[in-house]
Design a protein around this ligand. Structure first.
Ligand SMILES: *Cc1c(COP(=O)(O)O)cnc(C)c1O
Length: 372
């Protein structure tokens, strides 16, 4: 298996950029047309051609063609990451089932489960990410996971968990938002369904909300497609078009962001008096061995734990090349104190998302903003 910084990729990214171009007729636009139509020309009997905008849209279709190429699996797009996550959970769970979910993962997934799934008779069990690799999946219909966890950056062994859950008769759903398919490939490691918020690095420009699911199991794809059509959880043509455009530069942006994150993390960890740092690409980090084994890159997220809330806020708000904002994965470096949302982290804990700024400029700006 390819380890970090291995330039081999299992996806042909050049072909991804030319997917649509291969089928163009003379005079057709090279850029993807943005089609916004609820009705389609449909004389006579329905024959499977586009009929109505809740089920069909040529702009999504091209986006999904690209997503499927990237995931090497069938992919379905949604209007947000949570819409994709809801589709995966509601299409796989039924009354009486048990759902295992990380206690330290993206908090809205837990809230959705607690608020709506539990009252339909689904039992929700929480466990920290770092303890998933221990096994114990008997009796769970669905094991939902996120690795590295957001924001703590703990990891679990995807291949081992996928195999154990399958042996116990359950379905695995992995949230791959933080890594993207270029940084980690859960489906290749045996995971049944990938869900992702494409609002983050996939879109990359902080100008859209979108999400997708991908799976190589046709029964699960069929159920999630029905969920989308029947619940009406469909993406708008404009965000789908923007995501398609953003994905054309995903490889370039992701490469820059991960390379810069590694450089910054190495320098910060060597700096006297710097805040406590976690980055999976540092050999001393508790996630390093797993990251080296199962990820293609170590990602663009790191955490810095300052002694106090005030020092953390001063760093975030005075650094000229950091935008104080929630969310991550955009071209602009951004940071926030996660305790402000109630995550179980120290008050001085900052999640830093490294953007595409030139790394030396970023390093200087970070050094200028660190407390003395
Ligand atoms: C942001 C995020 C989501 C939710 O995505 P939206 O596009 O905001 O709905 C889900 N999982 C993770 C890990 C995220 O960071």
């Amino acid at each position: 298996m390819a380890g970090p910084h291995d330039t081999r990729s299992t996806v042909d990214l050049g072909a991804m950029l030319h997917l649509r171009g291969q089928a163009l007729e003379k005079g057709a636009p090279i850029a993807l047309p943005l089609v916004s139509s609820s009705m389609y020309h449909l004389p006579g009997l329905p024959d499977g051609s586009a009929a109505y905008g809740r089920a069909d849209n040529p702009t999504w279709e091209h986006l999904e063609h690209m997503l499927s190429h990237l995931e090497q699996a069938e992919a379905i797009s949604f209007p947000s990451g949570m819409a994709a996550i809801a589709a995966a959970l509601f299409a796989t769970l039924k009354t009486g089932d048990r759902l295992l979910i990380p206690s330290d993962g993206y908090y809205v997934t837990r809230r959705l489960s607690d608020r709506f799934l539990s009252r339909l008779g689904v039992e929700i069990v929480e466990r920290p990410t770092a303890r998933f690799s221990e096994g114990g999946f008997e009796g769970f219909a669905v094991v939902y996971l996120e690795t590295p966890s957001n924001p703590g950056l703990d990891m679990m062994d995807l291949a081992a968990v996928a195999a154990d859950v399958r042996a116990a008769g359950g379905v695995t759903i992995a949230d791959n938002t933080t890594m993207t398919p270029l940084g980690q490939r859960p489906l290749d490691l045996g995971i049944d369904i990938v869900v992702a918020s494409d609002t983050k690095a996939m879109g990359g420009h902080s100008d859209l909300l979108m999400g997708h699911i991908a799976s190589r199991r046709s029964d699960l794809i069929e159920a999630m497609r029905e969920w989308r059509t029947f619940s009406g959880s469909i993406p708008g043509a404009q965000p789908a078009w923007l995501l398609h455009r953003g994905m054309e530069t995903l490889d370039v942006r992701f490469d820059r962001m991960c390379t810069s994150a590694q450089i910054l993390a190495e320098r910060l960890s060597a700096l006297q008096g710097a805040p406590k740092l976690r980055y999976p690409g540092l050999p001393g980090d508790s996630a390093y061995v797993l990251s080296q084994k199962q990820c293609l890159r170590h990602g663009f997220l790191m955490s810095l734990t300052f002694e106090t809330e005030a020092k953390a806020e001063a760093f975030i708000n005075t650094c000229a090349l950091i935008r104080p904002a929630t969310s991550f994965g955009g071209v602009h470096t951004s940071a926030e104190r996660r305790a402000r949302w109630g995550d179980a982290v120290p008050a001085g804990f900052v999640r830093l998302s490294v953007g595409v700024e030139p790394v030396e400029e970023l390093w200087n700006a970070i050094c200028d903003a660190l407390p003395d």
